[in-house]
Design a protein around this ligand. Structure first.
Ligand SMILES: [Zn+2]
Length: 209
């Protein structure tokens, strides 16, 4: 009664990508604003939760299904694609809402082997561990001068990650509709941005299936 489909491909960073990691895990001598890394090999990755969160946000906007209080959308419509794809929790105030099992499983996206090699070379040249450092200033609007420079780690443009989205297809599901809805989300992500500082040029990505 349950089958799995998969959408997979490459996420290519067209501009620097910054998905912040916890500073407490930063190495001594590291910058204040590290990117998230796999603790086993130190390479940056894109958490599935970051992909899911941003794609959900964009699709909720595209569908006009934004919660006024900023919570994730949830409704009782039988054919709501947001609830179907991203799931729905039974909440205690209204048990009749029921549980909708989310169809999409967003896997963490890891570097391609080629990008690992490129970033290793970069690390040898720069001494930076698989990232570039971008210094951001805050502009003082009265004086017009740059103040408070902050060093931000980001994954350099040109880096590629392998992504995979597994999709649960139940007996009565319309497979094409679900797959197309998720692909629509990926296409919105290309038009928008992934990670932090998107309005300042970070996080433009290209998807190859
Ligand atoms: Zn809904």
């Amino acid at each position: 009664m349950l089958n799995y489909e998969e959408i997979k491909g490459i996420i290519r960073c067209e501009t620097g990508l910054r998905i912040g990691g916890k500073e407490s895990t930063a190495e001594i001598g590291g910058v204040d604003n590290p990117v998230i890394r796999n603790p086993l090999d130190g390479f940056p990755y894109i958490p599935g939760s970051s992909l899911k969160g941003k794609i959900r946000f964009l699709l909720e906007h595209a569908e006009g299904k934004i919660d006024d209080e900023g919570n994730p959308h949830e409704c009782n419509e039988s054919n709501c694609m947001i609830c179907k794809v991203f799931g729905k929790n039974a909440n205690k105030e209204n048990e009749s809402n029921g549980i909708e099992i989310g169809r999409a499983i967003f896997r963490d996206a890891f570097l391609t082997e080629d990008s690992k090699e490129e970033l290793k070379k970069l690390a040898q040249q720069t001494g930076l561990k698989y990232v570039e450092i971008k210094t951001e200033n805050v502009i003082n609007r009265k004086k017009g001068t740059a103040e408070h420079p902050r060093d931000m780690e980001r994954v350099p443009a040109g880096t590629e990650f392998e992504f995979s989205i597994s999709i649960r297809i139940f007996e009565n599901d319309n497979k094409e509709e679900i797959i197309n809805f998720i692909k629509k989300g990926l296409s919105l992500l290309e038009k928008d941005t992934l990670g932090g500082s998107g309005s300042r040029g970070y996080g433009k990505i290209k998807i190859k299936f």
